[in-house]
Design a protein around this ligand. Structure first.
Ligand SMILES: [Zn+2]
Length: 312
């Protein structure tokens, strides 16, 4: 692996990673990321292959994705991965043949979190109260050949919305009349999914997910990560961080979950931390071109930091 070592990052690498001493208050109830491998931090070992409001050219060209498709990294089978509730609430729906089941949690923050393609034999029953990090089940092993096993994950403001999945569904793909899961996609020629109540899942959760102790994931592009004076600002020098390194995030930026941006380019989430006594910003997630829309813009997202695992 070719590494460009700046003098500053080499010094920091030798000194190790200093953690900010100041305890930062978490402003909101904690949130988890929706997938985990046993014994690892939520989100570590996964990526979003098809992001919110991006076009999946091989599966549903011409439609915006209303959620995120989470996959295991590399050639690892995603079926069997643990699906975690991202927030606190109650399971209000279990059903459908998506394929696999759909679970919907009504969260105390007023949002509905929807988890699609779950193993029918693994799921918690309807009515179950859940907290962030509680296991809802596992990802269904798909054998239909239409798509590899993955988790389809949505955050939205509604369980039923008249035009989406209620009495008058305008695009009844895969679901239709009074069908809680909903279509999962919305035509690119119509409104942006955010105008109908869908939210960008990672951006909706990011402040409460990533504030506090986080670990550098397997997805970090190399040992070197950019360290900026402000989100998208000037470089303070790259940091020698490795998978498993701990960072304390005091503040998260890039949080407009209702923005009507498209493609994965709008996954610009940064976290403020202190390294070697210097305050700066690290990337938490970043757009990736594993998949692209038909306009060539990225449809995928890499998760560079993972929150400390929720323990009951
Ligand atoms: Zn999907």
């Amino acid at each position: 692996m070719h590494l460009r070592l700046s003098r500053r990052s080499a010094l920091l690498g030798a000194a190790g990673l200093a953690i900010a001493r100041r305890q930062v208050a978490v402003a909101q109830e904690p949130r988890s990321l929706p997938l985990a491998w046993p014994g690892r931090h939520p989100g570590d070992g996964f990526w979003i292959r098809n992001a919110f409001a991006s076009e999946n050219t091989w599966y549903n060209p011409g439609w915006w994705h209303c959620g995120e498709d989470w996959y295991a990294l590399g050639d690892v089978e995603t079926g069997g991965a643990e699906v975690l509730s991202v927030g606190q609430g109650r399971v209000v729906y279990v059903g459908s043949d998506y394929p696999g089941r759909v679970v919907i949690v009504e969260q105390e923050d007023g949002l509905y979190a929807m988890y699609g393609h779950m193993d029918p034999d693994s799921i918690v029953p309807e009515g179950t109260p859940v907290r962030a990090g509680d296991m809802l089940g596992t990802v269904y092993h798909r054998t239909d050949g239409r798509a590899p096993s993955h988790l389809h994950f949505e955050m939205r403001t509604f369980l039923f919305s008249d035009r989406v999945n209620g009495e008058h569904p305008e695009h009844g793909v895969r679901c239709g009349l009074n069908c809680p899961p909903g279509p999962g996609y919305w035509p690119m020629s119509a409104e942006h999914p955010a105008e109908l109540g869908w939210r960008n899942p990672v951006l909706a959760m990011a402040a409460a997910t990533f504030t506090g102790r986080c670990y550098v994931t397997e997805s970090a592009p190399s040992a070197m990560m950019p360290f900026l004076d402000q989100p998208g600002g000037e470089s303070l020098g790259e940091q020698a961080l490795r998978a498993g390194d701990l960072v304390e995030i005091g503040e998260v930026s890039g949080l407009d979950a209702a923005a009507t941006e498209t493609s994965a380019e709008h996954y610009q989430v940064w976290g403020r931390t202190s390294i070697g006594g210097q305050s700066g910003w690290l990337r938490i997630v970043q757009p990736a071109d594993g998949d692209t829309g038909s306009d060539g813009r990225p449809a995928s997202v890499e998760i560079l930091l993972a929150p400390e695992r929720f323990m009951l």
